[in-house]
Write a protein that binds this ligand. Structure first.
Ligand code: PMV
Length: 334
């Protein structure tokens, strides 16, 4: 690596307790807990050089080898809005090159991995050879995309204030890797791709649907309770408890969208077919598998490594048939 070049990788994450609804400057209305993934990541390279004007920041942005104006504008806006945190970039030209390990058309949200990878690169410029402060990285990632705050730590992460963890904060995520039973460190997330279409509701628009939502207060109270309950479940290695919360959170997220104004249905026919097959298979085999959903039609199948052989055959024989182009991504807790 050259002196003036930083390369960082940051993964995507999948929330078990969902963040949906925010206030102020990207502050969550309830705490959330996620698995950090491993195979779905963004890798970003920033090459920087001095420019004449010591007060400005210049940049070029390439996504998967092609110049990308939309992403560049998004980063410029972010740096402008948060300029007090990035004075160390003044007088620099940044050449930013980024790619995702997962296909762009897979419907997997990339803002968490891409924004956190970028922030880690920028902090790499700030700290040079010294270690990056991950709390600062999480704080700055949150300002770019809420769920990105959770991507900077491996394994499992909590973002948002919750009573049993005094160190938790709405402003940044914390690692909870040391508080969970080892079985949860072996979890797989097999992402069953139902559709490759762009999301029909952006997360910015989605969060704002919560502002006048008739169930908002009830939802936040439930999410707060689910966070506390899940922390106990994770500590105890209670797989049954995990299944109940994961599936209920996924369905609540989709029900909130379905009952908002305007209303959105993000599940597709094959989302339902896959969920039905998962529930049937669980009943037959008694394996501790379950599903969660992000704000889209794809199904995330979650299970401990001990049942991966049986689950992989089940995906190959049954679930794959309901996937777009038979496509699924085998990921795990990274
Ligand atoms: O980080 P955002 O603003 O894209 O919101 C993410 C919201 C969900 O992905 C639906 C849930 C979550 O907690 O990741």
């Amino acid at each position: 690596m050259k002196n003036n070049q930083i390369i960082k990788r940051s993964p995507s994450n999948i929330a078990i307790v969902k963040y949906w609804g925010k206030h102020g400057n990207q502050l969550p209305n309830n705490p959330s807990i996620s698995f950090t993934l491993n195979n779905c990541f963004t890798e970003t390279k920033v090459t920087y050089s001095q420019i004449e004007n010591p007060n400005s920041i210049e940049m070029d942005f390439y996504f998967e080898g092609k110049e990308n104006q939309a992403f560049k504008s998004k980063i410029e806006k972010y740096l402008q809005e948060n300029k007090e945190h990035f004075t160390f970039l003044n007088g620099l030209h940044l050449n930013i090159e980024s790619y995702n390990s997962f296909p762009h058309s897979s419907g997997i949200a990339s803002s968490a991995s891409s924004m956190s990878a970028l922030i880690l690169c920028l902090l790499g410029i700030k700290y040079k050879d010294n270690e990056i402060n991950l709390q600062e990285a999480s704080y700055l990632s949150r300002l770019a995309s809420g769920s990105a705050a959770r991507s900077v730590y491996p394994t499992m992460t909590l973002w948002g204030k919750t009573p049993s963890l005094p160190e938790s904060s709405d402003e940044y995520a914390i690692s909870i890797a040391d508080m969970i039973n080892p079985v949860f460190k072996t979890y797989h997330d097999s992402i069953l791709i139902v559709s490759s279409k762009e999301k029909s509701v952006s997360s910015r628009a989605g969060h704002s649907l919560m502002n006048n939502h008739p169930m908002a207060e009830n939802r936040y109270a439930t999410a707060r309770k689910n966070t506390e309950d899940l922390l106990t479940i994770l500590k105890q290695g209670d797989l049954e408890g995990f299944i109940k919360i994961a599936e209920s959170e996924a369905n609540q997220l989709h029900d909130l969208m379905a009952t908002s104004t305007p209303s959105y249905t993000l599940k597709e026919e094959n989302t339902i077919n896959i969920i039905d097959k998962i529930l049937e298979f669980r009943k037959e085999t008694c394996l501790p598998i379950c599903y969660t959903l992000d704000a889209g039609p794809n199904v995330h199948l979650l299970y401990p490594d001990s049942c991966s052989e049986q689950v992989h055959s089940f995906i190959d024989e049954v679930l794959k048939n309901y996937c777009f182009n038979n496509k699924w991504i085998d990921d795990n807790n990274g």
